[in-house]
Design a protein around this ligand. Structure first.
Ligand code: MN
Length: 191
């Protein structure tokens, strides 16, 4: 299987000012692309040559895992956004958020805290467990909650490359802007 960089469902400048064109050009155009290229080079001649990304995440380790998971994580992250995003979820996801976190604002606070306090590089996730219950988890580096049997619903990339060009060291400001971009229709359909 030849892995490819997926098309973005919006123009590179469409998320401004929350995420600038410059950040998309580096984060998607350079970093995401590099994970795709690295993965394509690394799988040659291995048992993962024809595997899909989910299989790689569940079974690989080392460089193949790191690059495969980062391809998946970034595609999941970038496809959660819309220039018309923001607001709140509706339907069954909204009900589940209210049940688990009390209300949407409490969920935002808890998720934001997980994203802000993650030490070093990694990801904050809203996931669904095997019982269908929502949880917030943090993962380091490329790690993905699917390896723990959890289903990702939403993620925030808190590697510095996700926000440093736009926000420098102010990770909380990036997280505040992140909410303005979420396409709850796409995210809700994952629940
Ligand atoms: Mn990233």
């Amino acid at each position: 299987m030849k892995f490819e960089l997926p098309e973005l469902p919006y123009a590179t400048d469409a998320l401004e000012p929350a995420i600038t064109k410059k950040t998309i050009e580096f984060h998607y155009g350079k970093h995401h692309q590099a994970y795709v290229n690295n993965l394509n080079n690394l799988v040659v001649g291995t048992e993962f040559e024809n595997a899909d990304l989910e299989t790689i995440i569940k079974k690989a380790d080392g460089g193949i895992f790191n690059n495969g998971a980062q391809v998946w994580n970034h595609t999941f992250y970038f496809t959660s956004f819309s220039p018309k995003g923001g607001g709140e979820p509706s339907g069954t996801l909204a009900k589940a958020i209210d049940k688990t976190f009390g209300n949407f604002d409490s969920f935002k606070e808890d998720f934001g805290k997980a994203a802000a306090t993650l030490f070093g590089s990694g990801w904050a996730w809203l996931v669904k467990d095997a019982k269908g219950e929502l949880k917030i988890v943090q993962t380091s580096n490329a790690a993905n909650p699917m390896t723990q049997g959890l289903t990702p619903i939403l993620t925030c990339d808190v590697w510095e490359h996700a926000y440093y060009l736009d926000y420098q060291n102010k990770r909380p400001d990036y997280i505040a802007s992140f909410w303005k971009l979420i396409d709850w229709k796409v995210v809700g359909a994952r629940f």
